[in-house]
Design a protein around this ligand. Structure first.
Ligand code: PMP
Length: 357
């Protein structure tokens, strides 16, 4: 049987394993930080109507620049943004890949602060960008002086920040991002995939866009919008950054169906985001209950919680799975991550946790 090793694959991809959480058929799935609630019926109807209007025209390519969708996303974000400051692709992973294609690549470097989203280094690897892995503070925060010191040390072409950070849930103050912008020569990418779950008062890096043309803030509809299956991510930045990614994007990368369904979802954002508060209640419940039982838990501004297990987190992960609860081992020794689900899913997790932890 032929294996990858028999193929003339790039040397730097040899021996690598693809990204992916196990997709197991388990009753309670709390492992990939999806929004727990199904798309509400009125939103389904709106999508059906808009998809139907596209079907007879599928012989034609879609709007290559997705201007209507970008305008909708810009008004959702507010801050006075217009479509020319917003770019969209099939998930924020693709948006970030395009940014690396445009601003990274062979001979260039990207710096990130772990533990953080494991796709950032993989996207760097896929685009031939050398990844420099610095560390967050021991409490999973990131102090401005520590971040600035790493930037001075490595002088990267791109800096990746993630706020609220996956897998720790930690949000960053715009002051930290401002300090990073002041120190960095290259692009500064702030991944705000979980921003809608942040606690009241958390400020978005979007505030810093005026006067900072090297700042890019990425968002996604995969989390709070409950549109993970629709695949739609986007960023807000100076319009020149949008011009730059157009040099590397595939023509017609966003299908007419994706654009139509996403526009329906944005038009119905109030209905979709209505359940975000319920998820935040379950998130805070996980934090409070586990802490009440003496379990160490990271503060979370996201729809998931990172908590302490025995040093061998793999066997704890298996013990949850044995009880029908799928959570995430992010490869952090002694820690596991659980997504806040519906009330009953969260109860199932907490009941299992009581036996295991
Ligand atoms: N950024 C972060 C921090 C994430 O956790 C995820 C999803 N796991 C993504 C980006 C990518 O999401 P998507 O491609 O679905 O937008």
């Amino acid at each position: 049987m032929t294996t990858i090793d028999d193929l003339p694959i790039r040397d730097d991809l040899r021996g690598q394993t693809p990204y992916g959480a196990p997709q197991l058929d388990v009753a309670v799935r709390l492992n990939t930080n999806e929004h727990a609630f199904a798309v509400p019926q009125p939103v389904v109807e709106e999508m059906r109507k808009r998809l139907d209007a596209e079907l007879a025209d599928l012989n034609r390519y879609p709007d290559r620049e997705a201007v209507g969708l970008r305008a909708d996303l810009a008004s959702y974000l507010g801050h006075g943004l217009g479509f020319e400051s917003v770019w969209a692709a099939n998930g924020s992973n693709e948006v970030q890949q395009q940014l690396l294609q445009a601003f990274g690549g062979p001979g260039r470097t990207a710096l990130g602060f772990g533990p953080s989203y494991s796709m950032h280094p993989l996207l760097a690897a896929g685009t031939g960008t050398r990844w420099i892995g610095a560390l967050r503070d021991p409490d999973f925060g990131l102090r401005a002086d520590a971040a600035v010191a790493e930037i001075h040390r490595h002088d990267p072409d791109l800096v990746f920040l993630c706020s609220p950070n996956n897998p720790t849930g930690t949000a960053l103050d715009p002051e930290v991002i401002d300090a990073v912008l002041g120190a960095a020569r290259g692009m500064v990418l702030v991944d705000e995939a979980y921003f809608e779950y942040a606690r009241t008062g958390t400020r978005s890096a979007i505030e810093l866009l005026p006067g900072h043309p090297r700042l890019v803030v990425t968002r996604t509809m995969s989390k709070a919008f409950g549109f993970a299956g629709g695949r739609l991510g986007y960023f807000a930045a100076d319009p020149a950054v949008v011009d730059a990614v157009q040099l590397v994007r595939l023509p017609y990368h966003l299908s007419a169906l994706t654009q139509a369904a996403a526009r329906a979802a944005v038009a119905q954002s109030a209905a979709l985001l209505a359940t975000v508060e319920q998820i935040k209640v379950q998130r805070d419940r996980i934090v409070d209950v586990l802490r009440g039982r003496g379990v160490e838990v990271a503060d979370s501004d996201a729809n998931f919680v990172l908590f302490r297990t025995a040093d061998d987190q793999k066997s704890a992960w298996q013990a949850f799975l044995d009880r029908g609860v799928l959570i995430r081992d992010v490869g952090l020794r002694g820690w596991l991550r659980v997504t806040a689900g519906t009330e009953s899913e969260t109860t199932a997790f907490l009941n299992a946790a009581e036996e295991i932890l």
